[in-house]
Design a protein around this ligand. Sequence first.
Ligand SMILES: Nc1ccn([C@@H]2O[C@H](COP(=O)(O)OP(=O)(O)OP(=O)(O)O)[C@@H](O)[C@H]2O)c(=O)n1
Ligand SMILES: O=P(O)(O)OC[C@@H](O)[C@@H](O)[C@@H](O)CO
Length: 442
Amino acid sequence: MEVLHPNVRNKCEGPGRPANPGVFLDGRAGKGDTCSGEPSIDFPVSVVLPAGGTGERTGLHTPKQFCSLLGRPLISYTIQAFERVSWIQHIVVVVAKESMGLMADIIQRFQHHKVLVVSGGSTRHRSICNGVLALDEEGTAPDRPRVVIIHDAVRPFVEEGFLREIAVAAKDHGAAGAIRPLVSTVIATTSEGFLDHSLERAKYRASEMPQGFTHHVIRQAYQRCTEADFEFGTECLHLALQYCGTNAKLIEGPPTLWKVTYKKDLAAAESVLKESLSESACMITGGRTAAAALAEAFQKAAGALHMGLDPIPDVTAENSRYLLKESNFIQVSINGHCLSEVEALIKALEEANPAALHPLVIIWMRVLTEDEASDSSTAAPTSALLDMASTAKLHQILLYGIQFLQSKDSERWQRSVTRAAEITRTLIRERSPALVGQLLQA
Ligand SMILES: Nc1ccn([C@@H]2O[C@H](COP(=O)(O)OP(=O)(O)OP(=O)(O)O)[C@@H](O)[C@H]2O)c(=O)n1
Ligand SMILES: O=P(O)(O)OC[C@@H](O)[C@@H](O)[C@@H](O)CO
C-alpha cells in the first residue's frame, strides 16, 4: 500500500496518486566549500530532478532521460553533474513508477550517491511536487532555510558556478531562475490560426533550468496551486509568484543549459560530450627499450595530429595517478603478445575508478617482427581480445587492437607508425562501440 505524504492528501496528483517518499541510498552530506571570491554556501541545499516524462517529442520508445550517450544514460550525466558539487546534500530523482527499477540499476552501475528516488506523476508539476515533498525540513532554521534546486533531468550540461548563483539568489529572494535570450519572436494567434499580435522580443526571455526556491516557498506554492496548474502549468517560478507573492530573481545562464527535447538533441548532446572527452593517451612501454623507441616515434606522429601522448613504463607506484586522470591508454606489446598486460590494466582501472563518467579507451598495440609475421604460431588472440573487450565495455572501457609490422625499412616503419597514430586518434575521438574488440591493421 502506498503511504500518503503527511503534508499532502492527493495534492500532487489526481485521485489516488500520493507522494511516495523513498529512502536515501546514501545520506552523505557535503559541506559548503568556497572557491576564491565566490559566495559560500552555508545553508542546506537539495536538488529535485524531474525525470518522469515519456519523451514523446523524440519519437523514441525509450524515454530520452534513459537514452544512452557514449554508453551511459543521459540522466547519469545530469546526476553526476550535481553529485560532484560538494555543497549539495541530497539529489531527489523523480521517475515514473515503471522506471524505478531501471533507475536503481543506473544508480548501482554508475555508483551514484546521495540519491533518493521517488515516483513521478502524470505531469511535470506533479512529479516536481512529489520530489519537493520528499524533502523534509531536517537541519534547517529560519536563518538557514533549505534551498531546493529544481532542474530538468534532461539538461545534462550544468556548471557548479551557475548553480551557486541560483542557490544564493534563491536563499536571498525566495526564488531564482535561469533565463536565456529568446531566439525566435513570440507571437499570439487567433482561434482561426492567424496572427493576433507579436511580443517585443527584447522585453522577454526564455525561462530555463536550474531554478531555486527556499523549501518553504516551493512547498507552499504546490500546496496552494490548483488542479489546472498541476495539469497544464510548465513554470515553477509562476507558482511562487501566484501563490506565495515571491518574485523570482532572474539570472542569465550560459547557453549550455539547453534541454534535450527532440531526437536531434540526443545526437547534439553526445557530440558535446565527445568534444569534452580527453583525446590524450598514456603509452605504457613496460620499461622495455624497443617499446620506448616505438613510443618516441609514436609521440612525434601523435603530436603532428595534435594528440597528447605520455610514454610511461607502467601504472604502478607514482604512475598510478594516470589511472585517475580519465585518460586513455595504449598498451604496447612487442615480442610478447599475450593479453595479460591489458587484463592487468583493465583491472587496475576498474579498481581505481569504478564509475568513470565517460568511456575510456584502451588500445592494445601489437607490434610484430618480420619473423613473427611469417610464423603462424604467433597468430593474434582475436577471440580472446573480443571476449575481454565485451566484458570491459560493461565498465565503460572500450578496448581496441592495432597491429603492425616492425619493418627494418625505416620509411615503411614510419608509415606504419603514422597510420597507427591516425587510427588511434580516430578510435579515441569516435569511441565507436562497433569496433570494440577488433584488431585493426596499421
Ligand atoms: N510527467 C512528467 C513529465 C515530464 N517530466 C520531466 O520534466 C523534464 C522536462 O520535461 P520535458 O522535456 O517536457 O520531458 P517529457 O515530458 O518527457 O517530453 P515530451 O513532452 O516530449 O513527452 C524532463 O526531465 C521530464 O522527464 C517529469 O518528471 N514528469
Ligand atoms: O515544457 P516542457 O515540459 O517540455 O519543459 C519544461 C520547460 O518548460 C521548463 O523546464 C522551463 O521552461 C522552465 O520552467
